[in-house]
Design a protein around this ligand. Structure first.
Ligand code: CS2
Length: 474
């Protein structure tokens, strides 16, 4: 079968959307770390829309630790197909990614970051890519950060961590006399821009104080909230895309029709006109982040750990389980919503109903096991902040303890059956998993909350209820 590429674009059927701009005239205004599915489903599509108006906002992707994306997109000239899963699936070929660099070419990465065309360095490196401790600050005991703390303030240093790369890339810009730029985090962390700013400065102050001062002066780190459900690519999608487009695509992407991107209006220099692609610029993104992380992602992780325990495979299947769907809705409405400050103009009750309808969408096969990845990194942002605030306000945490207990049981099952889990703390978690109390005592995940007697009690009850096949402790 013929491969998707700039030369074969014209073979696409008329109903498949494709770049309407001259890709040859595209310049790379963005260097993006982590060009995985979430980025390619969402931000790259927004820039693809913007490129029809302004050729300066192409993207150079950077995959530090894997070759897969570069290998898939290289022969396709950066092109890939996005399947939009609505009542009727629509297909769109995205052209905004010009090239993908890998960690094997550090000088090329540095060259891209310190290029005059680059105005934004953005990231979807997932929670663990930030190397933060439970307090949200840079974890200086993290092996990649320990290595980067010996980094030199010159162009030959090859950093290990994403934070190290930011310090190095921004340092190279400073040394080249280039202006600062905007560093845009698009990951699911509360206060993502501020946390990234603090972590970058913490490392820069140690290894390159001149660059640290320059960052304070010249670089902005807006907060941002990104939302679109993006199930991982599988062979079924590859086959579906081949059938619909007539071309072979090594790595197509799929996402739900819904998409939202809210960016804090805090740019260094020019702000791209992403509003043309439906992006909202807001003075304060925190209320949007909080509503999304606590309600949507909190409920997602609950469905994942409780649902897997009940033998469900996908989010939509778990939502068909009436008792589980009812439990998740009550959790959102009665336990999470009171800790969420609604963004201006957003009706929380309506938001909850919309999120639940998105979860129930039968057109989306979103594996619970995908959401269950990296629990130690996700739970603090998705559920533990809500628990902490509920405790402070004297609200009950009976139901909030259920997803925590379900995660502990998920770890227990994995340890017992010898199944590998994806989590940067996997070894420690699995070593402790046979006794949930030992996991709850891990400060790297629970901070001081692990010592809270009320939480301990609620988790014990939830754990016992789940073991007895009940969702709610009585
Ligand atoms: C999911 C998210 O995998 C997960 O942990 O909860 O990726 C979720 O689909 C997105 O945040 C939705 O915007």
């Amino acid at each position: 079968m013929t491969r998707l590429s700039p030369e074969t674009l014209a073979l696409l059927p008329g109903d498949v959307a494709r770049p309407t701009y001259d890709r040859g005239a595209m310049r790379a205004g963005v260097v993006h770390f982590g060009p995985g599915a979430f980025h390619r489903a969402h931000q790259a599509a927004a820039f693809d829309t913007l490129l029809a108006h302004d050729p300066r906002w192409g993207i150079t992707g950077v995959s530090l630790h894997s070759q897969g994306v570069a290998q898939a997109l290289g022969p396709q000239g950066g092109l890939y197909t996005l399947a939009l899963l609505d009542r009727q699936t629509r297909y769109r070929v995205i052209g905004s990614i010009g090239q993908v660099l890998t960690g094997k070419a550090p000088q090329a990465i540095l060259g891209a970051m310190a290029h005059a065309d680059t105005r934004i360095i953005s990231a979807t490196v997932t929670e663990k890519g930030y190397c933060l401790g439970a307090d949200g600050a840079l974890d200086t005991t993290h092996p990649a950060i320990t290595a980067d703390l010996t980094g030199a303030g010159n162009d030959s240093w090859v950093p290990q961590s994403f934070i190290g790369w930011l310090v190095q890339g921004l340092g190279a810009r400073r040394r080249a006399g280039l202006p600062g730029l905007t560093v845009l985090s698009c990951d699911n962390l509360t206060d993502n821009g501020r946390k990234l700013e603090a972590a970058t400065l913490a490392l820069a102050q140690q290894v390159d104080p001149q660059t640290a001062a320059w960052i304070v002066d010249q670089v902005c780190f807006p907060n941002a909230m990104v939302d679109s459900i993006t199930p991982a690519t599988d062979d079924a999608l590859r086959a579906q895309v081949a059938a619909a487009t007539g071309l072979e695509d090594a790595w197509p992407i799929q996402r739900e029709g819904f998409t939202q991107w809210v960016i804090e209006d805090r740019f260094a220099g020019e702000r791209p006109a992403l509003d043309l692609a439906g992006v909202t610029f807001a003075a304060d993104v925190r209320p949007f982040e909080m509503a999304k992380l606590r309600l949507l992602n909190g409920a997602h992780s609950t469905l994942a750990y409780v649902g897997l325990g009940l033998g469900h495979e996908t989010v939509a299947q778990a939502m068909q389980d009436a008792a589980l769907a009812r439990f998740v809705e009550r959790l959102m409405r009665e336990d999470i919503a009171p800790s969420v400050m609604a963004p201006p103009g957003l009706d929380l009750s309506r938001y909850i109903a919309d999120v639940l309808a998105r979860f129930a969408n039968p057109a989306i096969r979103h594996l619970l096991s995908q959401i269950a990845w990296d629990g130690s990194q996700k739970l603090p942002y998705r559920l533990l902040g809500t628990v902490r605030e509920a405790l402070e306000a004297g609200r009950p945490i009976t139901r909030l303890a259920v997803p925590i207990a379900a995660w502990l049981r998920f770890l227990e099952r994995a340890a017992r059956s010898g199944t590998a889990i994806t989590d940067p703390l996997a070894a420690d978690l699995l070593a402790r998993a046979s006794d949930w109390r030992a996991v709850l005592a891990m400060p790297a995940v629970f901070g001081t909350l692990g010592q809270d007697a009320q939480l301990f009690d609620a988790v014990a009850k939830a754990h016992a209820a789940l073991a007895a096949g009940q969702l709610e402790p009585v």
